[in-house]
Design a protein around this ligand. Structure first.
Ligand code: NDP
Length: 416
């Protein structure tokens, strides 16, 4: 076994086992077999060795917790079988512990049948947008996960609540603050949970960056910068609705600038009191006739910390967060990838790489929601969290349009 790494700041270290899994060093020291035991070279009086023939052996030390029994996992209906649902979310049920896929909602029945066949979903549990409300009669469905274009989030959330289900909804929560408020109210009236799928808040590197910043390991946080950009491609079906304002609600800000905004809010643990912004869109480019291309925005927080943030739909891919504290700075780049995150921490004296095990953020967020339902507690990212971002993004549009800073009503710290 070889020591893989040690994070100087978190003081946790991990070992790679022979099976390739990651194990906590301290746990292994206590329970791992000695060399003499594992080779059978005990000097007498050692543990009994297994017989030559076939035999059962004790439960091995678990490198990963086993999932809950199927009957104890909550059933999910996935609404919208698009790029994200099929490539990231549905495959992640295999790594979830408290969640299982039981139903599909799609406007393309052939595609839904194909997906159902591969993932063992019963044909009777396939719905379309017209008969969606019949999920009310299906007790296998506990949670509805909405992965539709942004402008459809509110309608399907409200319909799912009316059917008596809990809702996990993709970001951005909705198009307007009014829609968000309607969604929150519908959840309360139905006495059901609403969670927004802010996956970065369930991803180990982002969680570690937030922890380090909030626990003072970087000193006093003075500045956060974050850039999220990619090239919108009209040939890709998933990008086509993103060019239509009536479906997307906004452009690069709503789609990926929301990650820059989330980074600033979660890392500082504060709500911004003022925002200023510039937007630049090449209206001769058919992609940007309806939605914005580039956004640069600044936030001012009650502590005096500032955030300098961007989003882009026309530049090479970037998903970066930088945090500048009075003791150290932190760079997470890529920050909001699906995997392979990289984190560096720099002080006046040294620069070091922080490595922690990657985790499946999609499985983690679905399990978080399932646990919130089972344990009757609020999820970490409830509807109110989605509403805050929509209000701030609306203020960003307003600031850019008016060419002057816009003051925001502050709700104080978000620290939990
Ligand atoms: P896709 O276009 O790939 O998928 C959207 C699906 O919604 C379609 O496949 C279709 O499913 C359904 N749909 C229903 N009505 C329409 C319509 N009028 N136009 C287009 N699709 C429609 O988009 P994405 O998967 O990329 O995005 C879906 C949602 O997920 C968005 O809210 C987005 O912001 C979010 N997302 C979140 C990510 C994250 O990292 N958290 C990453 C990517 C997206 P069907 O054919 O089954 O009916």
């Amino acid at each position: 076994m070889t020591m893989l790494f040690e994070t100087g700041l978190s003081r946790r270290f991990f070992l790679r086992g022979t099976g390739g899994g990651l194990l906590l060093g301290s746990a292994l020291g206590a329970a791992g077999p000695s060399f003499a035991q594992s080779t059978g070279a005990s000097g007498g009086g050692g543990p009994a060795l297994p017989p030559d023939g076939p035999t059962g052996r004790p439960m091995p030390e678990m490198e990963k917790a086993m999932p809950e029994a199927p009957g104890k996992r909550l059933g999910y209906a996935i609404v919208g079988l698009g790029q994200f649902a099929l490539n990231q979310i549905i495959p992640s049920f295999a790594e979830s512990k408290s969640s299982k896929l039981v139903a599909l909602v799609s406007g393309n029945r052939d595609k839904a049948l194909q997906v159902a066949d591969r993932y063992g979903v019963e044909q009777a549990n396939i719905y379309d947008y017209q008969n969606f409300d019949r999920i009310a009669d299906n007790d296998e469905i506990d949670i509805v996960y909405i992965i539709l274009p942004n402008a459809l989030h509110a309608e399907y959330t409200v319909r799912a609540f009316k059917a008596g289900k809990h809702v996990l909804c993709e970001k951005p929560m909705a198009v307007t603050a009014d829609e968000c408020e309607t969604m929150i109210r519908a959840g309360r009236e139905a006495d059901r949970k609403l969670m927004i799928a802010y996956r970065a808040q369930y991803e180990p590197y982002n969680m570690e960056a937030i922890r380090m910043a909030r626990e003072g390991e970087l000193g006093r946080i003075r500045l956060v910068t974050s850039d999220h950009g990619r090239i919108l491609d009209p040939k890709v079906p998933a990008d086509q609705w993103r060019m239509v304002k009536a479906l997307a609600g906004g452009g690069s800000l709503y789609d990926i600038g929301i990650y820059s905004l989330q980074a600033a809010r979660t890392i500082t643990g504060e709500e911004p009191v003022e925002v200023s912004a510039h937007i630049s869109s090449d209206r001769s480019d058919p992609r940007f006739r309806e939605i914005e291309e580039l956004v640069a925005f600044q936030l001012r927080f009650p502590s005096g910390a500032l955030a300098n943030l961007t989003s882009s739909y026309s530049t090479a891919p970037v998903k970066r967060i930088q945090v500048f504290g009075s003791k150290a700075s932190l760079v997470l780049d890529p920050a909001t990838e699906y995997e392979r995150h990289q984190m560096m921490v720099k002080t006046e004296k040294e620069e070091r790489r922080v490595q922690i095990p990657e985790g499946n953020q999609f499985a983690a967020e679905m399990d978080h929601m399932a646990k919130a339902v089972l344990e009757e507690r609020e999820p970490k990212t409830p509807g109110e969290e989605g509403l805050r971002d929509i209000r701030i993004m609306q203020a960003i549009y307003q600031a850019a349009e008016q060419g002057r800073p816009v003051s925001l009503e502050t709700t104080g710290s978000t620290a939990r």
